[in-house]
Design a protein around this ligand. Structure first.
Ligand SMILES: Nc1ncnc2c1ncn2[C@@H]1O[C@H](COP(=O)(O)OP(=O)(O)OP(=O)(O)O)[C@@H](O)[C@H]1O
Ligand SMILES: [Mg+2]
Length: 436
Protein backbone atom coordinates (compact mmCIF):
# COMPACT_ATOMS: atom_id res chain seq x y z
CA UNK A 1 0.00 0.00 0.00
CA UNK A 2 2.88 2.32 0.83
CA UNK A 3 4.43 1.77 -2.62
CA UNK A 4 1.33 1.92 -4.74
CA UNK A 5 -0.78 4.24 -2.61
CA UNK A 6 -3.97 2.93 -4.01
CA UNK A 7 -4.27 -0.64 -5.08
CA UNK A 8 -6.95 -3.13 -5.84
CA UNK A 9 -7.50 -4.56 -2.42
CA UNK A 10 -7.04 -8.26 -1.79
CA UNK A 11 -9.80 -10.13 0.00
CA UNK A 12 -8.51 -11.73 3.13
CA UNK A 13 -10.13 -14.44 5.19
CA UNK A 14 -8.84 -14.97 8.72
CA UNK A 15 -9.56 -18.47 9.96
CA UNK A 16 -9.04 -19.75 13.47
CA UNK A 17 -10.61 -20.90 16.74
CA UNK A 18 -12.75 -18.48 18.82
CA UNK A 19 -11.09 -15.74 20.84
CA UNK A 20 -7.74 -15.66 19.05
CA UNK A 21 -8.28 -12.08 17.96
CA UNK A 22 -9.49 -12.29 14.35
CA UNK A 23 -12.10 -9.56 14.67
CA UNK A 24 -9.72 -7.44 16.73
CA UNK A 25 -7.03 -7.92 14.09
CA UNK A 26 -9.39 -6.52 11.46
CA UNK A 27 -9.97 -3.44 13.59
CA UNK A 28 -6.24 -3.00 14.08
CA UNK A 29 -5.64 -3.17 10.33
CA UNK A 30 -8.16 -0.34 9.85
CA UNK A 31 -6.46 1.76 12.51
CA UNK A 32 -3.04 1.08 11.03
CA UNK A 33 -4.17 2.11 7.56
CA UNK A 34 -6.01 5.14 8.92
CA UNK A 35 -9.22 4.09 7.22
CA UNK A 36 -12.83 3.89 8.31
CA UNK A 37 -13.84 0.61 9.86
CA UNK A 38 -17.07 -1.26 9.19
CA UNK A 39 -18.10 -4.55 10.73
CA UNK A 40 -20.97 -6.57 9.42
CA UNK A 41 -21.87 -9.84 11.08
CA UNK A 42 -22.98 -12.48 8.61
CA UNK A 43 -23.83 -15.04 11.27
CA UNK A 44 -27.34 -16.35 10.68
CA UNK A 45 -27.99 -14.01 7.74
CA UNK A 46 -30.15 -15.89 5.30
CA UNK A 47 -31.79 -13.31 3.10
CA UNK A 48 -30.09 -12.42 -0.14
CA UNK A 49 -31.66 -8.95 -0.15
CA UNK A 50 -29.78 -8.09 3.04
CA UNK A 51 -26.72 -7.95 0.82
CA UNK A 52 -28.07 -6.73 -2.48
CA UNK A 53 -31.10 -4.67 -1.37
CA UNK A 54 -34.74 -4.77 -2.53
CA UNK A 55 -36.06 -3.35 -5.74
CA UNK A 56 -37.72 0.02 -5.15
CA UNK A 57 -41.14 -1.30 -6.10
CA UNK A 58 -41.38 -3.22 -2.79
CA UNK A 59 -42.94 -1.58 0.22
CA UNK A 60 -40.26 -0.75 2.75
CA UNK A 61 -37.49 -1.33 0.21
CA UNK A 62 -33.98 -0.52 1.37
CA UNK A 63 -30.49 -0.71 -0.04
CA UNK A 64 -28.45 -3.73 0.99
CA UNK A 65 -26.33 -3.73 4.13
CA UNK A 66 -23.12 -3.37 2.14
CA UNK A 67 -24.11 -0.04 0.65
CA UNK A 68 -25.82 1.13 3.85
CA UNK A 69 -22.59 0.54 5.72
CA UNK A 70 -20.55 2.36 3.10
CA UNK A 71 -22.93 5.29 3.34
CA UNK A 72 -22.59 5.31 7.12
CA UNK A 73 -18.80 5.22 6.87
CA UNK A 74 -18.85 8.16 4.42
CA UNK A 75 -15.89 6.65 2.61
CA UNK A 76 -15.59 4.40 -0.40
CA UNK A 77 -12.39 2.70 0.74
CA UNK A 78 -13.08 1.53 4.30
CA UNK A 79 -11.83 -1.67 5.89
CA UNK A 80 -14.89 -3.90 5.80
CA UNK A 81 -15.02 -6.85 8.18
CA UNK A 82 -17.35 -9.63 7.11
CA UNK A 83 -17.57 -11.36 10.46
CA UNK A 84 -18.47 -15.05 10.84
CA UNK A 85 -18.65 -15.77 7.12
CA UNK A 86 -18.77 -19.50 7.90
CA UNK A 87 -22.12 -19.08 9.65
CA UNK A 88 -24.07 -17.70 6.67
CA UNK A 89 -27.50 -19.27 6.45
CA UNK A 90 -29.41 -20.38 3.41
CA UNK A 91 -33.15 -20.84 2.85
CA UNK A 92 -36.07 -20.14 0.51
CA UNK A 93 -35.37 -16.39 0.52
CA UNK A 94 -32.21 -17.01 -1.44
CA UNK A 95 -28.64 -17.87 -0.80
CA UNK A 96 -26.62 -14.92 0.53
CA UNK A 97 -23.31 -16.62 -0.11
CA UNK A 98 -24.05 -16.50 -3.83
CA UNK A 99 -24.78 -12.78 -3.55
CA UNK A 100 -21.46 -12.40 -1.77
CA UNK A 101 -19.69 -14.03 -4.69
CA UNK A 102 -20.05 -10.80 -6.61
CA UNK A 103 -19.04 -8.61 -3.68
CA UNK A 104 -15.89 -10.57 -3.04
CA UNK A 105 -14.66 -11.07 -6.57
CA UNK A 106 -11.86 -8.56 -7.18
CA UNK A 107 -12.50 -8.78 -10.95
CA UNK A 108 -16.21 -8.06 -10.71
CA UNK A 109 -16.79 -5.93 -7.68
CA UNK A 110 -15.94 -2.67 -9.43
CA UNK A 111 -19.48 -2.87 -10.79
CA UNK A 112 -21.46 -4.12 -7.79
CA UNK A 113 -25.16 -3.86 -8.48
CA UNK A 114 -27.50 -2.93 -5.67
CA UNK A 115 -31.18 -3.48 -6.48
CA UNK A 116 -32.38 -0.40 -4.61
CA UNK A 117 -29.83 1.98 -6.03
CA UNK A 118 -30.11 0.39 -9.47
CA UNK A 119 -26.63 1.66 -10.29
CA UNK A 120 -23.21 0.05 -10.35
CA UNK A 121 -21.04 0.87 -7.41
CA UNK A 122 -17.26 0.44 -7.28
CA UNK A 123 -16.32 -1.75 -4.32
CA UNK A 124 -12.83 -2.56 -5.54
CA UNK A 125 -11.16 -0.07 -3.18
CA UNK A 126 -12.79 -1.56 -0.12
CA UNK A 127 -10.48 -3.82 1.88
CA UNK A 128 -12.64 -6.81 2.73
CA UNK A 129 -11.57 -8.98 5.62
CA UNK A 130 -13.67 -12.02 6.35
CA UNK A 131 -13.38 -14.05 9.56
CA UNK A 132 -14.36 -17.66 10.12
CA UNK A 133 -13.91 -20.45 12.63
CA UNK A 134 -13.83 -23.20 10.07
CA UNK A 135 -13.50 -23.43 6.32
CA UNK A 136 -15.68 -26.49 5.95
CA UNK A 137 -19.00 -24.61 5.88
CA UNK A 138 -17.95 -21.89 3.44
CA UNK A 139 -19.21 -22.34 -0.09
CA UNK A 140 -16.28 -23.51 -2.27
CA UNK A 141 -16.71 -20.79 -4.88
CA UNK A 142 -16.63 -18.16 -2.16
CA UNK A 143 -13.59 -19.74 -0.59
CA UNK A 144 -11.80 -19.66 -3.91
CA UNK A 145 -12.05 -15.86 -4.05
CA UNK A 146 -10.37 -15.23 -0.75
CA UNK A 147 -6.84 -15.37 0.53
CA UNK A 148 -6.88 -17.63 3.55
CA UNK A 149 -4.74 -16.69 6.53
CA UNK A 150 -4.61 -19.12 9.41
CA UNK A 151 -4.75 -17.57 12.86
CA UNK A 152 -3.94 -20.42 15.19
CA UNK A 153 -4.29 -20.67 18.95
CA UNK A 154 -1.89 -19.17 21.47
CA UNK A 155 0.77 -21.06 23.39
CA UNK A 156 1.07 -20.81 27.15
CA UNK A 157 3.93 -18.30 26.88
CA UNK A 158 1.96 -16.09 24.53
CA UNK A 159 -1.06 -16.18 26.82
CA UNK A 160 1.07 -15.14 29.77
CA UNK A 161 2.45 -12.24 27.75
CA UNK A 162 -1.02 -11.20 26.51
CA UNK A 163 -2.34 -11.27 30.08
CA UNK A 164 0.56 -9.25 31.39
CA UNK A 165 0.44 -6.59 28.71
CA UNK A 166 -3.26 -6.34 27.94
CA UNK A 167 -5.74 -8.34 29.95
CA UNK A 168 -4.57 -7.63 33.52
CA UNK A 169 -4.23 -3.86 33.02
CA UNK A 170 -7.57 -3.81 31.19
CA UNK A 171 -9.41 -5.71 33.92
CA UNK A 172 -7.77 -3.68 36.67
CA UNK A 173 -8.99 -0.52 34.98
CA UNK A 174 -12.48 -1.91 34.54
CA UNK A 175 -12.70 -2.74 38.21
CA UNK A 176 -11.44 0.65 39.29
CA UNK A 177 -8.22 -0.75 40.73
CA UNK A 178 -4.85 0.95 40.71
CA UNK A 179 -2.02 -1.01 39.14
CA UNK A 180 -0.42 -1.63 42.53
CA UNK A 181 -3.53 -2.98 44.24
CA UNK A 182 -3.34 -6.31 42.41
CA UNK A 183 0.02 -7.70 41.38
CA UNK A 184 0.02 -10.97 39.47
CA UNK A 185 3.40 -12.61 38.99
CA UNK A 186 4.24 -14.49 35.81
CA UNK A 187 4.12 -17.83 37.57
CA UNK A 188 0.71 -16.99 39.02
CA UNK A 189 -0.57 -16.11 35.55
CA UNK A 190 0.72 -19.45 34.35
CA UNK A 191 -1.10 -21.15 37.22
CA UNK A 192 -4.37 -19.41 36.29
CA UNK A 193 -4.02 -20.26 32.61
CA UNK A 194 -3.20 -23.91 33.19
CA UNK A 195 -5.57 -24.68 36.02
CA UNK A 196 -8.64 -22.59 35.13
CA UNK A 197 -8.77 -22.36 31.33
CA UNK A 198 -8.61 -24.76 28.45
CA UNK A 199 -9.06 -22.94 25.16
CA UNK A 200 -7.17 -21.78 22.09
CA UNK A 201 -7.99 -18.10 22.46
CA UNK A 202 -8.04 -15.81 25.47
CA UNK A 203 -11.74 -15.11 26.03
CA UNK A 204 -12.30 -17.32 29.04
CA UNK A 205 -8.92 -16.26 30.40
CA UNK A 206 -10.18 -12.68 30.24
CA UNK A 207 -13.29 -13.67 32.22
CA UNK A 208 -11.21 -15.62 34.72
CA UNK A 209 -8.93 -12.65 35.33
CA UNK A 210 -12.03 -10.50 35.77
CA UNK A 211 -13.07 -12.90 38.54
CA UNK A 212 -9.76 -12.43 40.32
CA UNK A 213 -10.01 -8.66 39.99
CA UNK A 214 -13.57 -8.66 41.36
CA UNK A 215 -12.44 -10.42 44.49
CA UNK A 216 -9.62 -7.90 44.96
CA UNK A 217 -12.01 -5.01 44.25
CA UNK A 218 -14.34 -6.27 46.96
CA UNK A 219 -11.51 -6.32 49.48
CA UNK A 220 -10.49 -2.78 48.55
CA UNK A 221 -14.07 -1.53 48.67
CA UNK A 222 -14.70 -3.06 52.11
CA UNK A 223 -11.34 -1.76 53.38
CA UNK A 224 -10.20 -5.27 54.20
CA UNK A 225 -6.53 -5.85 54.79
CA UNK A 226 -4.85 -7.95 52.10
CA UNK A 227 -1.54 -8.46 50.39
CA UNK A 228 -1.59 -6.96 46.85
CA UNK A 229 1.04 -9.50 45.75
CA UNK A 230 -1.45 -12.24 44.95
CA UNK A 231 -0.59 -15.89 45.51
CA UNK A 232 -2.20 -19.18 44.48
CA UNK A 233 -4.42 -19.35 47.55
CA UNK A 234 -5.95 -15.95 46.72
CA UNK A 235 -6.80 -17.22 43.26
CA UNK A 236 -8.36 -20.38 44.67
CA UNK A 237 -10.36 -18.26 47.11
CA UNK A 238 -11.62 -16.08 44.25
CA UNK A 239 -12.25 -18.70 41.59
CA UNK A 240 -12.99 -21.85 43.53
CA UNK A 241 -11.12 -25.13 43.36
CA UNK A 242 -8.79 -25.88 40.46
CA UNK A 243 -10.78 -26.82 37.38
CA UNK A 244 -8.32 -28.66 35.17
CA UNK A 245 -5.77 -30.88 36.76
CA UNK A 246 -4.14 -32.64 33.87
CA UNK A 247 -1.44 -34.52 35.66
CA UNK A 248 -3.75 -36.72 37.66
CA UNK A 249 -5.71 -37.60 34.64
CA UNK A 250 -2.77 -38.55 32.42
CA UNK A 251 -1.11 -40.76 34.97
CA UNK A 252 -3.67 -43.56 34.70
CA UNK A 253 -1.72 -46.72 34.12
CA UNK A 254 -4.53 -49.12 33.37
CA UNK A 255 -4.19 -51.23 30.25
CA UNK A 256 -6.52 -50.28 27.42
CA UNK A 257 -6.42 -46.50 27.77
CA UNK A 258 -4.70 -44.44 25.06
CA UNK A 259 -4.62 -40.68 24.54
CA UNK A 260 -5.42 -39.29 21.11
CA UNK A 261 -5.45 -35.79 19.67
CA UNK A 262 -8.48 -34.33 17.99
CA UNK A 263 -9.09 -31.25 15.93
CA UNK A 264 -12.39 -29.41 16.24
CA UNK A 265 -13.53 -26.08 14.89
CA UNK A 266 -12.79 -24.56 18.29
CA UNK A 267 -9.17 -25.70 18.30
CA UNK A 268 -7.42 -28.88 19.31
CA UNK A 269 -8.21 -31.15 22.22
CA UNK A 270 -7.04 -34.38 23.77
CA UNK A 271 -9.23 -37.43 23.65
CA UNK A 272 -9.14 -40.61 25.70
CA UNK A 273 -9.89 -43.92 24.06
CA UNK A 274 -10.70 -46.79 26.39
CA UNK A 275 -10.81 -50.42 25.34
CA UNK A 276 -11.72 -53.34 27.50
CA UNK A 277 -11.96 -57.03 26.73
CA UNK A 278 -14.14 -59.53 28.49
CA UNK A 279 -15.18 -63.13 28.07
CA UNK A 280 -17.69 -63.38 25.23
CA UNK A 281 -18.29 -64.32 21.64
CA UNK A 282 -16.16 -61.93 19.62
CA UNK A 283 -18.48 -58.94 19.60
CA UNK A 284 -17.19 -55.37 19.08
CA UNK A 285 -19.17 -52.67 20.90
CA UNK A 286 -18.49 -48.97 20.31
CA UNK A 287 -19.90 -46.24 22.52
CA UNK A 288 -19.32 -42.55 23.07
CA UNK A 289 -21.21 -40.92 20.19
CA UNK A 290 -18.70 -41.88 17.51
CA UNK A 291 -19.14 -40.94 13.86
CA UNK A 292 -18.96 -43.41 11.00
CA UNK A 293 -15.33 -42.71 10.17
CA UNK A 294 -14.26 -43.33 13.74
CA UNK A 295 -16.22 -46.60 13.87
CA UNK A 296 -14.47 -47.69 10.70
CA UNK A 297 -11.09 -46.88 12.24
CA UNK A 298 -11.94 -49.16 15.17
CA UNK A 299 -12.95 -51.99 12.86
CA UNK A 300 -9.84 -51.51 10.72
CA UNK A 301 -7.61 -51.54 13.78
CA UNK A 302 -9.23 -54.73 15.04
CA UNK A 303 -8.91 -56.44 11.64
CA UNK A 304 -5.24 -55.54 11.53
CA UNK A 305 -4.69 -56.95 15.01
CA UNK A 306 -6.55 -60.15 14.08
CA UNK A 307 -4.48 -60.56 10.94
CA UNK A 308 -1.24 -60.04 12.84
CA UNK A 309 -2.23 -61.81 16.04
CA UNK A 310 0.66 -64.23 15.87
CA UNK A 311 3.34 -61.57 15.52
CA UNK A 312 1.72 -59.51 18.29
CA UNK A 313 1.86 -62.53 20.55
CA UNK A 314 -1.91 -62.82 20.88
CA UNK A 315 -3.53 -66.25 20.74
CA UNK A 316 -5.80 -66.20 17.61
CA UNK A 317 -8.48 -68.05 19.56
CA UNK A 318 -8.90 -65.17 21.99
CA UNK A 319 -10.87 -63.14 19.43
CA UNK A 320 -13.66 -65.69 19.30
CA UNK A 321 -13.84 -65.93 23.04
CA UNK A 322 -13.70 -62.25 24.00
CA UNK A 323 -15.95 -59.26 23.53
CA UNK A 324 -14.28 -55.92 22.95
CA UNK A 325 -15.78 -52.68 24.12
CA UNK A 326 -14.34 -49.37 22.94
CA UNK A 327 -15.51 -46.23 24.62
CA UNK A 328 -14.58 -42.60 24.06
CA UNK A 329 -15.69 -40.61 27.13
CA UNK A 330 -17.79 -37.45 27.02
CA UNK A 331 -20.52 -39.08 25.00
CA UNK A 332 -22.44 -35.84 24.66
CA UNK A 333 -19.87 -34.53 22.19
CA UNK A 334 -20.04 -36.06 18.70
CA UNK A 335 -16.66 -37.29 17.56
CA UNK A 336 -15.53 -38.17 14.12
CA UNK A 337 -12.58 -38.16 11.79
CA UNK A 338 -9.90 -40.60 10.77
CA UNK A 339 -7.17 -39.24 13.00
CA UNK A 340 -7.93 -41.53 15.94
CA UNK A 341 -6.83 -44.63 13.99
CA UNK A 342 -3.52 -45.26 15.68
CA UNK A 343 -5.03 -44.43 19.07
CA UNK A 344 -7.69 -47.10 18.56
CA UNK A 345 -5.02 -49.58 17.52
CA UNK A 346 -2.97 -48.84 20.61
CA UNK A 347 -5.94 -49.01 22.98
CA UNK A 348 -7.18 -52.35 21.63
CA UNK A 349 -3.72 -53.94 21.60
CA UNK A 350 -3.09 -52.64 25.08
CA UNK A 351 -6.35 -54.17 26.34
CA UNK A 352 -5.74 -57.52 24.66
CA UNK A 353 -2.14 -57.75 25.83
CA UNK A 354 -3.04 -56.37 29.28
CA UNK A 355 -0.14 -53.96 29.06
CA UNK A 356 -0.51 -50.22 29.88
CA UNK A 357 0.43 -47.53 27.35
CA UNK A 358 3.51 -45.37 27.95
CA UNK A 359 2.46 -42.47 30.21
CA UNK A 360 2.23 -38.85 28.93
CA UNK A 361 2.12 -40.06 25.34
CA UNK A 362 -0.49 -38.80 22.86
CA UNK A 363 -0.86 -39.80 19.24
CA UNK A 364 -2.68 -39.00 16.04
CA UNK A 365 -2.69 -40.68 12.65
CA UNK A 366 -4.89 -42.55 10.23
CA UNK A 367 -4.42 -46.28 9.63
CA UNK A 368 -4.86 -48.61 6.70
CA UNK A 369 -5.46 -52.34 6.56
CA UNK A 370 -2.02 -52.83 5.07
CA UNK A 371 -0.49 -51.56 8.28
CA UNK A 372 0.56 -48.11 7.13
CA UNK A 373 0.11 -44.91 9.12
CA UNK A 374 -1.20 -41.95 7.13
CA UNK A 375 -0.76 -38.23 7.89
CA UNK A 376 -3.62 -36.13 9.29
CA UNK A 377 -4.44 -32.41 9.45
CA UNK A 378 -4.68 -29.75 12.13
CA UNK A 379 -1.24 -30.61 13.52
CA UNK A 380 -0.46 -27.23 15.04
CA UNK A 381 -3.72 -26.98 16.97
CA UNK A 382 -3.34 -30.57 18.13
CA UNK A 383 0.21 -30.02 19.33
CA UNK A 384 -0.81 -26.89 21.23
CA UNK A 385 -3.70 -28.79 22.83
CA UNK A 386 -1.36 -31.61 23.85
CA UNK A 387 0.97 -29.14 25.48
CA UNK A 388 -1.89 -27.44 27.31
CA UNK A 389 -2.92 -30.82 28.65
CA UNK A 390 0.54 -31.72 29.93
CA UNK A 391 1.48 -34.36 27.34
CA UNK A 392 5.22 -34.94 27.00
CA UNK A 393 5.50 -37.02 23.84
CA UNK A 394 3.53 -37.01 20.61
CA UNK A 395 3.54 -39.81 18.08
CA UNK A 396 2.73 -38.83 14.51
CA UNK A 397 3.03 -40.02 10.95
CA UNK A 398 6.41 -39.44 9.30
CA UNK A 399 4.69 -37.28 6.66
CA UNK A 400 3.51 -34.89 9.37
CA UNK A 401 7.11 -34.05 10.28
CA UNK A 402 7.07 -31.02 7.97
CA UNK A 403 3.99 -29.65 9.74
CA UNK A 404 5.67 -29.95 13.10
CA UNK A 405 8.79 -28.26 11.75
CA UNK A 406 6.70 -25.21 10.85
CA UNK A 407 5.61 -24.68 14.45
CA UNK A 408 7.79 -22.09 16.20
CA UNK A 409 10.27 -23.69 18.61
CA UNK A 410 8.88 -21.83 21.64
CA UNK A 411 5.55 -23.58 21.25
CA UNK A 412 7.00 -27.04 21.50
CA UNK A 413 9.81 -26.55 23.96
CA UNK A 414 10.31 -29.64 26.08
CA UNK A 415 8.12 -31.88 23.95
CA UNK A 416 9.30 -34.98 22.23
CA UNK A 417 8.10 -36.08 18.81
CA UNK A 418 8.19 -39.61 17.51
CA UNK A 419 7.52 -40.20 13.84
CA UNK A 420 6.23 -43.51 12.57
CA UNK A 421 5.17 -44.85 9.21
CA UNK A 422 4.04 -48.38 10.05
CA UNK A 423 1.63 -49.74 12.61
CA UNK A 424 4.16 -52.06 14.23
CA UNK A 425 6.27 -48.99 15.07
CA UNK A 426 3.22 -47.52 16.79
CA UNK A 427 2.85 -50.56 18.98
CA UNK A 428 6.55 -50.78 19.66
CA UNK A 429 6.71 -47.16 20.83
CA UNK A 430 3.45 -47.03 22.77
CA UNK A 431 3.53 -50.42 24.40
CA UNK A 432 7.21 -51.20 24.39
CA UNK A 433 7.31 -54.58 22.72
CA UNK A 434 8.62 -55.67 19.37
CA UNK A 435 6.35 -57.00 16.66
CA UNK A 436 7.85 -59.74 14.56
N1 LIG B 1 -3.12 -11.03 20.92
C1 LIG B 1 -4.04 -10.47 21.72
N2 LIG B 1 -3.71 -9.45 22.53
C2 LIG B 1 -4.64 -8.89 23.33
N3 LIG B 1 -5.93 -9.25 23.39
C3 LIG B 1 -6.31 -10.25 22.60
C4 LIG B 1 -5.39 -10.92 21.72
N4 LIG B 1 -6.06 -11.87 21.05
C5 LIG B 1 -7.34 -11.81 21.49
N5 LIG B 1 -7.50 -10.84 22.41
C6 LIG B 1 -8.74 -10.49 23.11
O1 LIG B 1 -9.62 -11.60 23.06
C7 LIG B 1 -10.96 -11.18 22.85
C8 LIG B 1 -11.56 -11.92 21.70
O2 LIG B 1 -10.99 -11.51 20.47
P1 LIG B 1 -11.81 -11.47 19.10
O3 LIG B 1 -13.20 -11.04 19.35
O4 LIG B 1 -11.02 -10.69 18.12
O5 LIG B 1 -11.78 -13.00 18.74
P2 LIG B 1 -12.22 -13.71 17.37
O6 LIG B 1 -11.01 -14.41 16.87
O7 LIG B 1 -12.91 -12.75 16.48
O8 LIG B 1 -13.22 -14.81 17.93
P3 LIG B 1 -14.54 -15.41 17.23
O9 LIG B 1 -14.09 -16.44 16.24
O10 LIG B 1 -15.25 -16.07 18.38
O11 LIG B 1 -15.29 -14.28 16.62
C9 LIG B 1 -10.92 -9.68 22.65
O12 LIG B 1 -11.34 -9.08 23.85
C10 LIG B 1 -9.47 -9.36 22.38
O13 LIG B 1 -9.11 -8.13 22.92
MG1 LIG C 1 -14.90 -12.54 15.87
Amino acid sequence: MKLKGDMKAPIICLVGPPGVGKTSLGKSIATALGRQFIRMSLGGLHDESEIRGHRKTYIGAMPGRILQSIKKAKSSNPVFILDEIDKLGKDFRGDPSSALLEVLDPEQNSTFHDNYLDLDYDLSRVLFIATANSLSTIQPALLDRMEIIDVSGYSLEEKVEISKRHLVPKQALEHGLKSDSAILSLSLLQFIIQKYTRESGVRSLDRTLAGVMRSVAKKVAMSEKYNPKLVESDVIEALGPIMFDNEQYLKVDLPGVAVGLAWTRVGGDILFIEASSSKGKGKLVLTGNLGDVMKESATTALSYIKAHAASLGIDPDTFEQTDLHIHVPEGAIPKDGPSAGITMLTAITSALKNKPVKPYLAMTGEITLRGKVLPVGGIKEKVLAARRAGIKEIMLCEDNRRHVEQIPMDYIKGMEFTYVSKMDQVIENALGFLVF
